[in-house]
Design a protein around this ligand. Structure first.
Ligand SMILES: Cc1cc2nc3c(=O)[nH]c(=O)nc-3n(C[C@H](O)[C@H](O)[C@H](O)COP(=O)(O)OP(=O)(O)OC[C@H]3O[C@@H](n4cnc5c(N)ncnc54)[C@H](O)[C@@H]3O)c2cc1C
Length: 807
């Protein structure tokens, strides 16, 4: 049984101690510098408002689990969660429309939510202004977490199972030996540990610095006020009876507390705080995570608030604060074991809303090796180096604070710092009128205005206002032109790693499902599985030599996983930043590539899923015969210094073959027509290869991680499946994450959705129950407030015989 030290007894630390001890992991010490059970961190002053709806399915599940857990937890007979429901209100048509979209997100995640009329909303919350409201999203199971009561119950319960809570004890250092944690040093002496979990909230960066870790967390001050008792609430006798409220259009949220209202305000300028400068308990005024209230930032808050709750006009404030909590560079928490130090785990930047679910996932991760929910978005090892610089953390954290209630399109990229990462192709892409979005910090064209002339030849259906954002009909024209001729795609943002050295083959065989014992020059598409046969990633392994592999992966998390598992003789090296990739795809790609090399590129000499090291003009390249868009073609890799030369070489030669540059929009539409899954969007660690339609990528016979569990699966007894839905009306556009309904009931959710320009139909891949997965089954997809009919179709829709790829 490992010795586990948890730093921090806020909602995250207490929840984790509870989850670990419940599973029999009772050698747990929780070290807290403040007093129990109100130690002075963010949990100690948060109003506990819980809205479960979230654009991330995992975050929504974390919230659901938190509500479930706290609702069933009792402190002296009283529940630790008050299910008063929530209302997100709209005062503009745009916000009302967005509430319909958000109700779809809720339903898709299994959360009960619906858009209601102003009248209904007023019945639930009589203080709302009738003349301002257009409607509201009502979620009956939302409400108020009584976090401090919950901390006490979970803490006491953990103690009764054998855990120890040491209060008024500060962790000063983390002791390490041979690259792993061995304990912590505190103001009350040393505590040995095999595992240390930092649940230090806003102090997270300070604990990180003790082990040389830069954490992508920015503590920020946030304003919250409580009014004096309001006569309008005189009839309220309990702690909270009215639903919690959110008015995102004005950056406000509200909860009733007895006869007063709490008003939270995100409308002020961001107020970043350095974790090192947070005052210790003895010097802090009220508590360390509460800074003095600044009236300057509060200006405008009550005016905006009283627009929707007129009773707030001229109300006096009884209590006010600039409370501190954490934002991250991408709005997701930090979870998991840090790759820089074995045994050092983190669970930070977690709202009370998600704490129960996060703690459960952390306990499963520590004990079983993998959480049951997909946590790739939250993995502490997900960041690129540029995301861990202090300026980036501060700027992105502050911007995410500003945008917390903004109406953001799913494709909306970060606006600053831009441009951040550019390749040698960038200049040419700009000259061609590239419309750039951002991926992993790179500028990546979505389409090229230079291709507008193709619209004379290829037309796409019109779109509604929302789905037209970050979209152009040129995307469709590019897709069709590539299918007819040849296109050049920038694929640099896909991650690449080298795996080399003695034992590299055996290592990869063990950690991937591929049959890799093929001649050097072979390419294998395969998976990495966890012990439960959940898909950790889908990867492409290029065998360059006997013990020399180039592996296309999905994320830094994949690279860290391989690095962590690799034996000493095997070297895993991230080569993404030092290399670039272009996709040359389309029926004329071979002619074009052949015109630039003396090597034979015929189908016999370089067949599908083979690679060749060659030169295109002066540029040394690795030419890989595969394409993610389902056409004859090549992924072409070279070093970053030769990027511009490679682009120009292909561009010059390509004129003769009608080469166009094509953007990510065309790429995604084409890959969906071909049924190619995208990791993280279409499938993740919650799914097994059969369900995801990827069992073909798993070798027979086993010998790889997850093989035992995989072999146990009965492919004829699945409960759900990823299917290809074809919308009946080509004018109906969906974008992804919408709920799938059958006979009016939510039964699944959309993952990726694009218009298939070659087949002329809107496609949506979706998870549905097995019983509804047969071809021809009719369902509907809810897009805002409309239900679009769709049918389970053939998977894939385009070239199922693979004739084009193998041609
Ligand atoms: C004004 C305000 C309103 C909010 N409202 C909501 C809301 O309505 N709903 C919601 O879901 N979230 C809300 N939040 C966010 C929420 O409060 C936090 O995200 C959450 O409480 C964080 O919990 P935690 O356990 O990670 O951190 P904390 O509660 O801060 O706990 C961390 C603990 O670690 C201890 N610690 C740190 N360093 C050391 C060390 N070296 N040695 C020993 N102990 C250490 C600290 O003393 C502290 O007790 C709000 C935040 C603020 C500021």
């Amino acid at each position: 049984m490992p010795k586990i030290v948890i730093i921090g007894a806020g909602i995250v630390g207490c929840s984790l101690a509870d989850e670990l001890t419940e599973r029999g992991y009772c050698d747990v010490v929780v070290i807290e510098k403040g007093k129990l059970w109100k130690p002075g961190g963010s949990t100690s002053h948060a109003p506990g408002v819980v809205f479960q709806t979230n654009g991330s399915r995992t975050m929504a599940q974390f919230a659901r689990q938190t509500v479930e857990k706290l609702y069933n937890l009792r402190h002296g007979g009283e529940r630790c969660f008050l299910k008063v429901g929530s209302l997100e209100i709209a005062t503009t048509p745009e916000r009302l429309a967005d509430l319909h979209r958000r109700s779809g997100l809720a339903i898709a995640a299994g959360i009960n939510g619906r858009v209601i009329s102003t009248e209904e909303a007023l019945k639930m919350h009589p203080l709302l202004a009738r003349d301002k409201l257009l409607g509201a999203l009502y979620v009956p199971d939302d409400g108020i977490a009584r976090a401090l009561l919950a901390d006490e119950v979970m803490g006491e319960r953990s103690i009764s199972r054998g855990a120890r809570f040491i209060a008024e004890c500060e962790v000063l250092a983390i002791d390490q030996s041979d690259g792993r944690v061995i304990g912590v040093r505190t103001t009350q002496g040393s505590f040995p540990a095999d595992i240390v979990v930092s649940c230090a909230g806003i102090w997270g960066p300070k604990i990180g610095a003790m082990v040389g870790m830069s954490k992508a967390i920015q503590p920020l001050a946030h304003q919250l006020c409580y009014t004096m008792s309001m006569p309008e609430l005189a009839s309220c006798t309990g702690e909270a009876e009215l639903p919690v409220l959110r008015h995102q259009g004005s950056d406000l949220y509200f909860r009733q507390k007895g006869q007063s209202l709490a008003v939270g305000w995100y409308g002020h300028r961001p107020l970043p705080v350095n974790a090192e400068e947070i005052l210790p308990c003895e010097l802090a005024g009220v508590m360390p995570s509460q800074l003095p209230f600044t009236t300057e930032e509060w200006k405008g808050a009550m005016e905006r608030a009283s627009e929707v709750i007129p009773a707030l006009k001229c109300k006096e404030i009884a209590e006010s604060m600039n409370g501190l909590f954490s934002f991250t560079v991408d709005n997701f928490p930090l979870m998991g074991e840090w790759s820089g130090l074995k045994g050092f785990w983190v669970a930070e930047a977690v709202w009370i809303t998600h704490a129960g679910g996060v703690a459960r996932a952390m306990a499963e991760w520590i004990i079983d090796g993998h959480p049951s929910l997909a946590v790739h978005e939250c993995d502490v090892n997900r960041f690129d180096p540029h995301q861990l610089g202090p300026l980036h953390i501060e700027e992105r954290g502050a911007q995410n604070y500003v945008e917390v209630y903004d109406l953001l399109h799913p494709l909306q990229p970060m606006e600053s710092p831009r441009p951040l990462r550019t390749t040698g192709f960038y200049q040419r892409q700009q000259e061609l009128g590239g419309f750039f979005l951002e991926a992993s910090g790179y500028e990546r064209p979505q389409w090229y205005e230079a291709n507008a002339a193709l619209l004379d030849q290829y037309r796409s259906p019109n779109r509604d206002e929302w789905s037209s954002k970050f979209w152009s009909p040129i995307i469709g024209a590019e897709s069709c032109a590539v299918r007819d001729g040849v296109g050049l795609f920038d694929i640099t943002t896909l991650k690449r790693t080298e795996v080399t050295g003695k034992g590299a083959l055996e290592f990869l065989e063990r950690f991937t499902t591929g049959n890799l014992r093929k001649k050097p020059g072979s390419i294998t598409y395969c998976l990495m599985l966890n012990e439960r046969a959940g898909i950790l990633s889908d990867i492409t392994v290029m065998r360059r030599g006997e013990q020399d592999f180039f592996v296309g992966v999905n994320s830094n998390t994949d690279i860290n996983y391989l690095k962590r598992e690799a034996p000493n003789t095997v070297h895993v090296q991230d080569i993404t930043a030092g290399t670039v990739g272009l996709g040359l795809f389309g029926p004329r790609s071979r002619e074009l590539a052949q015109s630039l090399t003396r090597d034979d590129l015929s189908n016999e000499a370089l067949s599908y899923f083979r690679l060749k090291n060659t030169y295109l003009g002066h540029v040394p390249v690795m030419l890989c015969r595969l394409s993610y868009v389902g056409e004859l073609g090549y992924e072409i890799y070279t070093t970053a210094d030769l990027a511009l030369k490679l682009w120009d070489t292909l561009w010059q030669a390509g004129k003769k073959y009608g080469l166009i540059a094509a953007g990510r929009g065309a790429f995604n539409s084409m890959r969906l027509e071909k049924g190619y899954r995208s990791y993280g969007t279409d499938m993740n660690s919650e799914h097994n290869p059969y369900e995801a339609g990827l069992s073909f990528a798993v070798r027979k016979g086993g010998g790889f991680n997850g093989a035992a569990a995989f072999n146990e699966i009965n492919p004829n007894a699945l409960t759900r499946r990823l299917v290809c839905l074809v919308l009946e009306n080509p004018q109906h556009v969906v974008l992804g994450k919408e709920p799938v309904l059958h006979q009016g009931k939510a039964v699944g959710y959309v993952t990726s959705a694009y218009f298939g320009h070659t087949i002329g139909r809107q496609l949506a891949y979706a998870w549905v129950p097995e019983a509804l997965s047969a071809q021809g089954t009719g369902v509907s997809i809810r897009y805002f407030d409309r239900d679009y009919p769709a049918t389970v179709g053939q998977d894939p829709q385009y070239d199922p015989q693979m004739k084009r790829l193998r041609s």
